[in-house]
Design a protein around this ligand. Structure first.
Ligand code: C2E
Ligand code: CA
Ligand code: CA
Ligand code: CA
Length: 275
């Protein structure tokens, strides 16, 4: 037990103190990261399943810290959410993604991820509208990805914000579909135009008939609500043909490209092969 040899009970030991210090340092570094311009967006290709043409990119945030190196989002997004920093970071992501997309042709879209905490901000639709206007980007070139977790807290408030975003004309995708809490009732509210099937299903489908059946039902469900379907985490040629034949419209995964810099993404847009 953790408190052993330190009296009857110990609620706070050296390990816990280290953890608390690490966390505090992370928070401090994170707070500075925006002003020091340490964040970058990488862009991962979204591919048309039918003709394998490029449809757009998903923007994924990266933190380049001088001593920590490249910190992946899974290691700091949650801290950013808990400290409220996600608001400023989120605004930056919106602006940066719009700036990038505005340099690409009209048929190339950009998707970005929103945290549940951003969805409860009534000012969010305004922020999105202003970024679109600033870069003269048509609303249909921007897509916002949210997970089912947005319906855990103030679901009515989040739904209102989503509806106002939808009214602007941007796309709304339900990310990591199937991994979260069942919220099928929300599909009924006509805010989502796309379902993204989580990569764990896509890879499991290779050797699991039940998973294939789940994917079939998701595609069927999407059809009845007039939503399109993206398969994430497509890593092999077999994954690709399977997901295409199951009726997925769009493909994303290492098979067609890892997240890459804005420069490399732009090369791809203009047909320059850099691999
Ligand atoms: P996500 O939105 O589900 O993004 C997809 C993740 O899967 C990305 O990880 C991507 O690099 C990875 N991925 C793509 N293709 C493949 C594949 O074929 N195989 C495998 N194994 N993985 C693949 P990444 O970039 O580390 O992002 C992790 C998560 O961090 C994202 O999951 C998203 O939830 C969150 N995130 C990223 N950027 C942002 C952001 O700007 N704002 C917010 N709120 N969250 C973000
Ligand atoms: Ca996503
Ligand atoms: Ca996802
Ligand atoms: Ca995910």
């Amino acid at each position: 037990a953790k408190g052993q040899g330190r009296g009857t009970c110990c609620y706070f030991n050296a390990d816990m103190q280290n953890e608390a210090e690490d966390r505090l340092r992370l928070e401090q570094d994170l707070r500075q990261a925006l002003t020091l311009r340490q964040f970058r967006l990488d862009y991962q290709p979204l591919i048309n399943a039918l003709d394998q043409s490029l449809m757009g990119f998903e923007a994924l945030v990266r933190w380049h810290h001088p001593t920590r190196g490249m910190v992946p989002p899974n290691e700091f997004i949650q801290v950013a959410e808990e400290t409220g920093l996600i608001m400023q970071l989120g605004d930056w992501v919106i602006e940066e993604a719009c700036r990038a997309a505005a340099t690409w042709p009209d048929n190339i879209s950009v998707a970005l991820n929103l945290s549940a905490r951003q969805l409860i901000m009534p000012a969010l639709p305004n922020t999105v509208h202003e970024s679109l206007a600033r870069f003269k980007l048509k609303p249909n070139r921007l897509e916002l990805e949210v997970t089912e977790s947005v319906f855990l807290g103030d679901s009515q408030g989040s739904l209102d914000v989503l509806k106002r975003l939808r009214a602007i004309g941007v796309g709304i995708a339900l990310d990591d579909f199937g991994t979260g809490y069942s919220s099928l009732g929300y599909l009924n509210k006509a805010v989502f135009h796309k379902l993204k099937i989580d990569g764990s299903f896509v890879r499991e489908a290779a050797n699991n008939r039940e998973t294939v059946a789940i994917i079939q039902s998701i595609v069927q469900l999407a059809k009845s609500f007039r939503m399109t379907v993206t398969a994430e985490g497509v890593e092999t040629a077999d994954d690709f043909t399977r997901m295409r034949d199951l009726g997925c419209h769009q493909i994303q995964g290492y098979l067609f490209g890892r997240p890459m810099s804005f420069e490399r993404a732009s090369d791809l847009v203009h047909g320059i092969q850099t691999r």
